[in-house]
Design a binder for this molecule. Sequence first.
Ligand code: 2AL
Length: 244
Amino acid sequence: MNVINPNTSNSMTDTIAAAARSVASPGTQIIATNPSDGPASIESHFDEAVCSVALLEQVMAGEHAGMDAYVIACFGDPGLLAAREIARAPVLGIAEAAMHVASMIATRFSIVTTLDRTKIISRHLVRNYGMEHHCARIRATGIEVLELETNTDAVFRSILAECQQARDEDDIGAIVLGCGGMAHLVDELQQQLGLPVIDGVVAAVKLAEALVGLGLNTSKAGDLDYPSAKHYRGKFAHFSPPRR
Ligand code: 2AL
């Protein structure tokens, strides 16, 4: 399984890889990657658009190598539907996985994410995934994505404080963490909060294993079929969808 961190932070990829491996079944090989080109962190629509290009290159390479599943380990699920179009194997986003898992163990959850401006990205996903009934509130901590890598006590305490407010004010049964770089905090947060805290990385890994176990691939009947063959010019020529 290829767990792709679409930002270029190697240390965040290590955090994500450790979380993924902590839940992976013995027969699952976790290949954690990040592109070498692109934004250091993803916290705007622009970051998302730019990172998607390199992310899709990784999925294309994975398809050539016969990868059996992909996880897009960024909470905006950038490039998810485009990745599904070019992949035979299942592709899961961590926001999608976390929200679906949360909705199965609690009727209502809140999302605790990074910067205020990223809330709109989560809000669009909540709507797209039909989670409006389940998502009580989207909360920002004001923490930048790369600050999570500093792993300081202050960062943890800010996230914990926002989660405590969510627990006490939002009438919820679970909290969804709104960044792949929060994966290492989930156990400690859950212990201190006394309610389920869901990290999308581990949720996506387990759901991807389930889909692989069920023998299910991305449907090529309908809108997720491979893009129709055409020529892409210039530096994007290698993306040209082939005739199949
Ligand atoms: C993210 C994430 O998960 N990784 C990243 O670079 N940005 N999402 C977020 N809401 O900050």
